[in-house]
Design a protein around this ligand. Sequence first.
Ligand SMILES: [Zn+2]
Length: 100
Amino acid sequence: MLGINQETLAEVAAESIGKINPNSTNAKRWINAIAKAVVEIENNPFMTWQPESHSLLMLSDSGNIYTANGTCQCKAYEQGYPCKHRAAARLIVRYQEKAN
Ligand SMILES: [Zn+2]
């Protein structure tokens, strides 16, 4: 995504990981999802924040397009697991709060 400050993003990611209860069911999956989301935000040029719907539109490496906020359309989400798309959407929200 264009114009992302990597230091701010790293701070936001560290804070998000810090807020995860390590004993919660999907803690490890969320931590993985956040780590993948950071890579994705830094490297995926086909990603755009949609302020009207508060959602993140992204082209995934699977070739699918996902619109993520609290929900997603990917297989992980269908199976009830955390996914990098939702993690990325959450990181972008927190990033914007921090940047403003
Ligand atoms: Zn997803």
